[in-house]
Each structure stands twice: as C-alpha cells, then as structure tokens.
Design a protein around this ligand. Structure first.
Ligand SMILES: Nc1nc2c(ncn2[C@@H]2O[C@H](COP(=O)(O)OP(=O)(O)OP(=O)(O)O)[C@@H](O)[C@H]2O)c(=O)[nH]1
Ligand SMILES: [Mg+2]
Length: 299
C-alpha cells in the first residue's frame, strides 16, 4: 500500500493488500464472515457484515463526539449505488460552497481515478485539494472496515489546507454499503429515480441510516415512470421522518438545500456558527422542475 505520485504528480493513493496496515473500526465486533459458500474474508481480506435488517434512522450510530477538528476536518461521506450522481453532487457542492467555505475532496474508485479526473477537469476545487484513493476491492470496505486510506487522505488534506470540511466520495456500491462513523461525521446517501420508485422501500443501511438521503435525477422520473410521490412517502417511512431531499445534481436543483443542511450540521458540530452564516446569503435555489424540492424538512 502506498501513497501519492504513482501517477506523476497526481495525489493518488493506492490500496495494496488488505491484510496489513489497516486500522479497524470500533464496530469490528459486529462483523463476521457471512454463511455463504464463499468466504469473503479470504478472498479480499475483510469480512462482510451480516445484517439482520437495514437498521433504523432514529437508532442509527450517531457521529462521534470529537474536538480534534484541526487534526481532521469535519468529514462528509457521500455513498450510494454506482452512477446515482455522487460525483455530480460533489462537483455541485464544491461549486456552490467553495467561494465561502474552505473545502477538500477525496474520491474512491476501485481501479481508476476517473472521478478525481472528472472533478479536476471540471475545476471543482484546485487540483491539490483533491485526492484519489484506489480502493482495489469492495468500495464498501474502504469506507467501513478498512478505511485507513481514506482517513489518511482526510488527515493529510486537513494538515495541508485546514479546510472546514472534507468530502469523501465512496466508490459506487450496492444498497448494503454504509460509512463507518469513525470516518464520516455526516453521511449522505445518493440514490436516483432511474432505478425505479421501488428503491427507497428496498431499504439498506444507506437509505435508512444516512443523515441525509438524496434522491437524484428527478428530471428522469417521467421517462422511467418513477412516481416521486411514492418515493417521498416511502423514504419518509423507511427513514422514520429523517430528511430526504429530491435533487438534480447535474442541474444544481436541490443542491443549495443539501449544502445548507450539511453546513448547518458542520457549524453545530465544530462550534463555528459563522460557517453557516457565510452561506445564508449565497445564490438562491434555481427554479426547480417538477418534484425537485426538499421533502419532510431539511433537519
Ligand atoms: N439526468 C440527470 N443525470 C445526472 C444527474 N446527476 C448526475 N447525472 C448523470 O449520471 C451519470 C452518473 O453520475 P455520477 O455523478 O458519475 O455518478 P456516481 O454516483 O458518482 O457514479 P460512480 O462513482 O461511478 O458510482 C453521469 O452521466 C451524470 O452526468 C441529474 O441530476 N440528472
Ligand atoms: Mg462517482
């Protein structure tokens, strides 16, 4: 496992063997190899959790109470299935917030640095404020059991740039993936309408236990016959009233509401109310197309 500059000057962090040098999360005691014929623990060096259910919003693991913000900035984890719009959300948040708030970004991909390249090309942030982690295996492991590389990248960025917030984009995964609370102070889970309006009710820890659920690509709802009312109702049920925001990340719709929500939590956690004030007067929400609006509150 080694860091940086395997690819010229690109800050590219690569995962090697999962068998050494990893910091394990405090929830390891809940992990065990599941009872399928194949053992994941031997194939890729970590065990998979067997979950009895998706878990509940109100009894989810809360953020760690910590004060070491100067060692590691407030960390926002963005997870969700492949292609749901995580990178589009990272870009949109950077565009919306970076004038007022100091940011840094870590991207995860299994074998490439494509998301990092996309963000560099689109000037999400100055290149040096963004790092790519190549997870080399299950993306969910890199944000849960074996998060050392991501943790290291967040700490390095904090040390170099003292950002108010570091955004970590998980590699796209399935509905069973979720961030470790050791890594993420705030968890956003992004799904999209293109998979159909059934997705929220299928559950999974990202849907039920994320601090904020984003339902992206509402512009495609009609084309795929997804009923946003159903998604809204079922997301609300699955999340016990926890916040959900409909969005079109690619078109900035819903992004100001997402940004304000994250900033507010960050301001409270870090005890810096000025953070939230800085964005209050920022550009208002663009005119939302059908269905692109915050639902069941933003808190
Ligand atoms: N129509 C529409 N397309 C979108 C929207 N947001 C993102 N997309 C498109 O969806 C595709 C996937 O978006 P990404 O942001 O790369 O998704 P991702 O979740 O980061 O994907 P992985 O990192 O590969 O898992 C891209 O072609 C985006 O342009 C949206 O609001 N509406
Ligand atoms: Mg991506």
């Amino acid at each position: 496992m080694q860091t940086a500059n395997d690819h010229g000057k690109v800050p590219f962090i690569q995962s090697g063997s999962m068998d050494h040098g990893h910091h394990h999360g405090s929830d390891d005691n809940h992990s065990h190899t599941h009872g399928h014929a194949h053992s994941h623990s031997h194939e890729h060096g970590h065990t998979h959790e067997h979950m009895e259910g998706p878990g509940e919003f109100l009894s989810r693991d809360g953020p760690l109470s910590r004060r070491d913000w100067s060692a590691r900035a407030f960390t926002v984890g963005i997870g969700g299935p492949v292609g749901s719009g995580k990178t589009a959300l990272v870009l949109a948040l950077c565009r919306y917030l970076s004038q007022q708030v100091s940011l840094a970004v870590v991207t995860n991909d299994i074998f490439t640095r494509e998301d990092w390249e996309f963000l560099v090309k689109n000037k999400a942030l100055p290149e040096e404020r963004m790092r790519a982690v190549e997870t080399g295996g299950c993306p969910h492991a890199a944000i849960r059991e074996d998060y050392a590389l991501n943790m290291e990248a967040v700490k390095e960025l904090t040390e170099c740039y003292h950002p108010a917030m570091v955004i970590v984009e998980s590699g796209g995964d399935n509905l069973a993936a979720n961030f470790s609370r050791e890594l993420a102070d705030f968890i956003i889970y992004v799904i999209d309408v293109a998979g159909g309006d059934k997705v929220p009710r299928k559950g999974g820890p990202g849907i039920t236990q994320s601090d904020l659920l984003v339902i992206n690509k509402t512009d495609l709802a009609e084309a795929v016959g997804a009923d946003l009312g159903v998604m809204d109702r079922e997301a609300n049920q699955m999340r016990q009233g926890g916040p959900t925001i409909f969005a079109q990340c690619k078109h900035m719709v819903g992004v100001p509401a997402i940004a304000r929500h994250v900033l507010e939590v960050c301001a409270i956690a870090t005890g810096d109310p000025d953070l939230y004030n800085r964005i209050k007067d920022a550009a208002p929400e663009p005119d939302a197309d059908a269905g692109a609006e915050a639902t069941n509150g933003t808190h």
